[in-house]
Design a protein around this ligand. Structure first.
Ligand SMILES: C[S@@+](CC[C@H](N)C(=O)[O-])C[C@H]1O[C@@H](n2cnc3c(N)ncnc32)[C@H](O)[C@@H]1O
Ligand code: SF4
Length: 378
């Protein structure tokens, strides 16, 4: 039997400064004891290796926070340890999220030497005023230089851009998107700005001095994005992710296909199947809390109904949708029985597509995924 695929997420929770829109588990600290962090991450990996022996590792993803601030030797040690614990896929994907500051770009070659073969750059905007608005520590020229360097040093790379920013017109976004496409390799992540509770933007929005585009304008920006990228040969394979066919991020595909992954480091989540049951694992979120107590904070079996929900919430993000056979095996019922009258209504409305093999959200459905899920699961 084929070995089950496994993805490994490793969280580095530190950043140089906190961006005003960001609610990720990222923290600014004056000093980080890199030796302590390296050994804690290696120990976490070792403990979790015992849970899923014999899987085939298809991806390692260093996320954050800002993992490009991590010592490259730490990344090398973690990669080496993963290879010791599991057989690795021939085309093992090893991604590092990086900020495009020139200081960090100087270290990119050391990450490439450590084994990183895919760089994901947090460019966020190519417009200088937007970069200032987003509180980024880099300017436009640094972003462009970092993208160019990523093409030289890494076989695969991608960058993130945030759109639907306050006051952003359709024409301005189209122009920025064209610039991004001219710089891009085979993958781009394009996120609509969301205002998350607990962020500086949230406080400003509550005060009324920050307004994001209304639903209609946001929809127009989303549609323009879909069209432009598809015309460029990089269709959306997920709500916010675009790639040439074959260049999709394999790591994120593991999440969205609801396969097994380990979460290493503070706040990291995992999902693993053992003896027919899926388990959800969770670590303490605060860096100091985790490093002091790096064993799981929680390991819970996922009830069948919740697993069905999770598979749908993940899978309907993807253009390919979810496998009907897998969903029905998990649910113990047919898709028609599972969703009743909501299903034909959503199919007739043009939000879902269903055939013998797959249930998928259409582009219109992916744009309103929360409403589609609420209708299906409600
Ligand atoms: C963990 S961060 C990326 C890594 C790196 N720290 C950076 O900022 O360059 C993941 C990505 O999520 C996106 N993101 C974070 N908060 C967002 C928000 N409120 N709205 C839209 N996109 C957001 C950004 O594009 C960001 O690059
Ligand atoms: S967007 Fe990136 S750099 Fe900014 S606070 Fe979040 S994780 Fe850190």
């Amino acid at each position: 039997m084929a070995r089950p695929p496994l993805a490994i997420y490793i969280h580095w929770p530190f950043c140089r400064s906190k961006c005003p829109y960001c609610d990720f588990n990222s923290h600014v600290r004056e000093r980080v004891d890199e030796r302590v962090w390296t050994s804690a991450l290696l120990a976490d990996l070792g403990r979790q290796a015992a849970l899923v022996p014999g899987h085939e590792v298809v991806s390692i993803f260093f996320g954050g926070g800002t993992p490009s601030l991590m010592p490259p030797d730490t990344a090398a040690a973690l990669i080496e340890r993963v290879r010791r614990h599991w057989p690795a896929a021939q085309d093992l994907e090893i991604t590092l999220e990086a900020n495009p500051n020139s200081a960090e770009a100087e270290r990119f070659s050391r990450f490439a030497a450590a084994g990183v073969n895919r760089l994901s750059l947090g460019v966020q905007a190519l417009d200088p005023a937007a970069l200032r608005f987003l509180g980024r520590g880099h300017d436009r020229d640094e972003a462009i230089a970092a993208i160019e360097l990523s093409h030289e040093l890494f076989p695969r790379s991608s960058f993130d851009v945030i759109y639907a920013r306050p006051g952003q017109s359709l024409a301005a976004w189209r122009a920025e998107l064209d610039e991004a496409l001219a710089l891009a390799g085979e993958h781009l992540s394009l996120y609509q700005l969301t205002i998350e509770p607990g962020t500086a933007f949230h406080t400003r929005a509550e005060r009324g001095d920050l307004t994001v585009p209304d639903e209609e304008h946001a929809a127009a920006l989303f549609e323009a994005t879909q069209e432009r990228l598809a015309a460029h040969g990089m269709p959306a394979y997920e709500v916010s992710n675009h790639a040439r066919p074959g260049a999709e991020c394999r790591h994120n595909l593991v999440y969205w296909r609801y396969q097994d992954y380990l979460g290493i480091g503070p706040g990291a989540h995992g999902r693993i199947a053992r003896d027919g049951t899926r388990y959800a694992t969770r670590h303490r979120r605060l860096p100091e809390a985790w490093v002091g107590k790096p064993e799981f904070e929680e390991v819970l079996p996922v009830a069948r109904e919740s697993a069905v929900e999770e598979m749908l919430m993940m899978g309907l993000r993807l253009a390919e949708g979810v496998s009907r056979a897998r969903l029905e095996a998990l649910a113990g019922r047919s898709v028609e029985e599972l969703f009743g009258g909501a299903l034909p209504r959503l199919v007739d409305g043009g939000f879902l597509a269903l055939d013998d093999a797959r249930l998928a959200a259409t582009a219109a459905g992916r744009q309103r995924l929360n409403a589609v899920l609420a209708a299906l699961l409600g």
